[in-house]
Design a protein around this ligand. Structure first.
Ligand code: GAR
Length: 185
């Protein structure tokens, strides 16, 4: 059984989806949710679902070993990013997966996250969007791609409608991708 930690900055709907997917799973379980925001929905969801959580500030994350110590204390085998918006420091880079709400390399990079991505996709008149599951490296959205999944867009789709389509893909495919990565450990 592998212990999973999830880093999330926002609402945490993907974190919740992963917690539920791995709640009665033979390969892995989510033991810890970590966030740079105390008020993140991800922390509230973890608490509600009985999963341990940790909140850290920028100095702790980049200039101390407290996060690493907590990961070791919980015997974490695998880290997943799900809507986590800070660059990860070297100590966390170990080919872990991240999810991006568009078809990289388009609509990626610094400042391209969450609804900003969907807004840009709509403004560009794209006929499709999708998700990219990629490995974390030291830069934004540029690690090796593990999988991409596409969804057609209607000409009058709003950014909120695009977000809903993209989230549906994330909920379906991200847990499976994590599961496949766990199988390689
Ligand atoms: C997700 O759509 C995720 O792909 C995106 O933020 C959303 C978080 O939603 N991540 C990024 O934009 C990272 N560049 P959630 O908090 O409800 O899971």
């Amino acid at each position: 059984m592998k212990n999973i930690a999830i880093f999330a900055s926002g609402s945490g709907s993907n974190a919740e989806n992963l917690i539920r997917y791995f709640s009665a799973h033979p390969q892995g379980t989510v033991r810890l949710v970590l966030s740079n925001k105390a008020e993140a929905g991800a922390i509230e969801r973890a608490t509600r679902l009985g999963v341990e959580s940790m909140v850290f500030d920028r100095d702790t994350f980049y200039n101390s070993e407290q996060v690493l110590a907590r990961l070791r204390q919980e015997r974490i085998d695998f880290v997943v990013l799900a809507g986590f918006l800070w660059l990860v420091p070297d100590y966390l880079i170990a080919a872990y997966p991240n999810i991006h709400p568009a078809l990289l390399p388009k609509y990626g990079g610094k400042g391209m996250y969450g609804d900003r991505v969907h807004q840009a996709v709509v403004e560009a008149g794209e006929k499709e969007s999708g998700i990219t599951i990629h490995r974390v490296n030291g830069q934004y959205d540029s690690g090796d791609i593990i999988a991409q999944h596409r969804v057609p867009l209607a000409p009058d789709d709003t950014p909120q409608e695009v977000a809903a389509k993209v989230h549906a893909l994330e909920y379906e495919y991200y847990p499976q991708a994590v599961e496949a990565e766990l199988a390689k450990l």
